[in-house]
Design a protein around this ligand. Sequence first.
Ligand code: HEM
Ligand SMILES: Cc1cc2nc3c(=O)[nH]c(=O)nc-3n(C[C@H](O)[C@H](O)[C@H](O)COP(=O)(O)O)c2cc1C
Length: 710
Amino acid sequence: MTDGTEEIPGPSGLPFLGNVGILDSEVPFKSLLNLADQYGPIYKLNFGGRTVVFCSSWELINELCDEKRFAKSVNSALKEVRNGVHDGLFTAKMGEPNWGIAHRVLMPAFGPMAIAGMFDEMHDIAGQLSMKWARHGSSVPIMVTDDFTRLTLDTLALCAMGYRFNSFYHDEMHPFIEAMGSFLTESGLRSRRPPFTSILYRDSTHKYFEDIDLMRKTADEVLKARKETPSDRKDLLAAMLNGTDPKTGQKMTDSSITDNLITFLIAGHETTSGLLSFAFHQLLKHPEAYRKAQDEVDEVVGTGQIKIEHLGQLKYIAAVLRETLRQSPTIAQFAVAPIQDEIIGGRYKVPKDQTIALILAKSQMDATVYGENADQFRPERMLDEDFDQLNQKFPNCWKPFGNGTRACIGRPFAWQEALLVMAMLLQNFNFRMNDPNYQLHIKQTLTIKPKGFYMRCSLREGLTPTTLEHRLSGFEPPKGARKAGVTAAGTAKKGKVKLFSVYFGSNSGTCEGLAHRLAQDALSHGFEARVVDPLDAAHQDVPPNEPVVVITASYEGQPPDNAGLFVNWITSLNAHEMEKVSYAVFGCGHHDWSQTFHRIPKLIDSTLEKLGGTKIAPIGLSDAHCYRRSSATRAARQRVSYMSRMKKSMHLRAKKCWITARQLISLGCSATSGQTGTDQVAVALDLGGRSPPSVADRDRPVRYRFRVPP
Ligand code: HEM
Ligand SMILES: Cc1cc2nc3c(=O)[nH]c(=O)nc-3n(C[C@H](O)[C@H](O)[C@H](O)COP(=O)(O)O)c2cc1C
């Protein structure tokens, strides 16, 4: 072209129909991959007048993830899904007010404490799956994707809204699940049909709207039942019913709650079930990886009941999941559009609002990033440090959970569930292919998953269904455990107990939860929290002569609701009122509030110092956002240095506060995802397989390593 730009390549099409027939009707994404091989990393297709640009190299994907230039586009299949769930979180267009309200109301419900609180219910459903497989025995082939779909749907329904589909007790799926399945399939099909052909699909259209009706009625009933019989459950439904948007002061409407209840079921079930199915397929095809994963579970969990503390130690399994999502991203593509007219790749013009699909299934195989063996399954490249380095060197090279503000809010949920299920199954079963010659085929709806994949399993090491049931319920004593892996919290070691106080400033529970965990874990190390109270309880009453730990957030630069009095009080003092106070502050914040990022923890830290207080450790800060790998990594790095500085100074200057240091360190790690943990799970403390350091260890330098879960 005369202006130096180039035409985006692509196949020529038929009049009116364009390239409609070019995509495989069952697995269109395979055609997209083939077209990328043929036309290169950027090409365009025309679907009856609507043009879509497809990009598939890491470089282009990296460029398209720049949220200053490109925003999520709700087009194609998502536009059809909107017929059922309107402006629910997944399908909302950029700028729609209900998205903002729901996002802010729901973020706390996906924070680390809230997700950890769902562990028991996740365990319950994973246990049902295990018991089913154990009782069926090795002679019955397992239809892998079906059972994982039962698992993920039941888990979501139970954890999100306290509803039991009881899918493992029925051969037929619940009518809601049937309706949702066919609604999603039809949404995909509708998006690929030229508009003028709709008359030919009257019956399907009728069924489609019947399905929507059934889904909405079921969700409405769940909502009505909860309203009529309120419960003290702290689940997503409770958050939606009771939460108020801190920005607008608005609550979610009933219809928005229904939209989002269905959205969670849609967005969260096939994605996670596909991930688990692909992961098992990979393990069965790669015996070495299978062995390493199973060894890790044996090492970390032993033969006892799986506890939430174990999950953070399953590094190899985490790497297996990451590598699986790299090669088989269950949402194989997502779409953005330029905010203004743009030139991409340095030479292709794309007008404002042009839909651009990011083909992850191709970009995540880019040899520029993953080398010549990109097509091989190698979990090792996804181990924590390697994964970090990769993301630092090639930003946005791993995007299975989407991008930026519109990235997956359910990621911590999915990650916890997937780790638990992998661990539980590998701990208790041996697996094999039902058909050793099975070659991977793909089934595509909104997501992709293996098609026709069957496994068989047998219980391990003399387990019977009965003893498995004991193990799952925690009945079996962990005798013969290869390694306990985790020191039980809450049991004080013998000897004199040392006191300290913990105060929190918290609106949505992150800092409060961290404060309680600190207090609880301290016991097992000979320290006892005298109080764990809101900061306002320390108003005019900060305990002298013992370490005081403050863990607090900020809200629009202001103190949380239970910390205002305290902050107001200390900032009004001007002498040496804190002379006898020794303290450490830990701040949870979110860099979206850039002007007031960590304002309150920093203010408390500097004010206490100004008033003569002894700082026993430098302030620790964490960012709840961490959408981008670079910031997550930066946060992890900050935490490492924070941790070592804190350890030293707590030990040297407060002498007796070792545990406080250690616990604060683990707080620092856990606090990363904070209440807004939409995309980034906690940066978890890893003690390199060892138990937390004991008092006897305190003079020995302890090497910590950190892992940033994806
Ligand atoms: C392995 C599992 C999962 C994967 C791979 C995944 C992937 C994704 C991706 C790629 C997006 C962005 C889509 C886009 O830009 O159009 C997304 C968004 C979303 N996901 Fe997930 N997801 C998973 C699990 C879950 C779970 C368990 C839930 C619910 C508990 C969930 C709820 C959502 C929601 C509500 C959104 C829309 C967020 C927004 O736009 O504000 N996802 N997910
Ligand atoms: C409405 C709102 C306003 C916020 N304002 C700030 C802020 O000004 N500065 C900051 O660093 N973080 C801010 N955050 C992030 C929170 O402080 C952070 O998510 C923290 O982890 C919340 O802790 P909590 O769950 O204990 O209340 C804000 C979050 C929300 C929802």
